[in-house]
Design a protein around this ligand. Structure first.
Ligand SMILES: [Zn+2]
Length: 163
């Protein structure tokens, strides 16, 4: 059976795959899809893992396969791309705003060093937008986030670290 799909239709399906950790954004918005190649025999999806060793990666890979298989694409190959490495710069402003609305402070600034993934800029509270915030822990609910607290509204929140 030949695959008769456009690249655009595959992207439309991939846009329905959410990031398992941040369900308000999809894997395209996260910048994880580097390319899609459609041949008569198969659909190959080039997927860039976000944080290396991110435990959600296996889940994302199977979600991509399931989504395409469920829509009748019978031969799906997911190839992981490690170079260039994923960076938070691949999230656009709209995606960052979705993170904020979800209660996660989006990445700001640039990475200072490999050791410190924390921004060199102030992290604003996603609830009240106060910049009067303090870091509590390098690791939040997942390894890719840091835990902050807001000194104004006193709410703890996750900050999506810059890489
Ligand atoms: Zn606050």
């Amino acid at each position: 059976m030949k695959i008769n799909r456009s690249k655009e239709s595959i992207y439309q399906l991939l846009a329905q795959v959410p990031d398992p950790e941040i369900p308000v954004v999809n894997i395209i918005e996260m910048g994880m899809i580097r390319d899609v190649i459609v041949t008569p025999e198969k659909v190959e999806v080039f997927l860039c893992p976000t944080y290396s060793g991110c435990p959600a990666m296996d889940m994302i890979e199977s979600m991509v396969k399931e989504k395409l298989l469920a829509s009748g694409v019978l031969n799906v190959l997911v190839t992981l791309v490690y170079k260039p490495a994923w960076t938070t710069d691949w999230m656009n402003a709209q995606t960052k705003e979705k993170l904020r609305a979800f209660g996660i402070a989006p990445p700001v600034g640039k990475v200072l060093s490999k050791k410190s993934l924390l921004a060199n800029e102030t992290v604003a509270c996603p609830q009240c937008r106060s910049e009067n915030t303090k870091i509590k822990s390098m690791f939040g609910s997942t390894a890719c986030k840091a835990l902050y607290t807001c000194s104004d509204c006193l709410e703890p929140f996750d900050y999506f670290k810059c890489i």
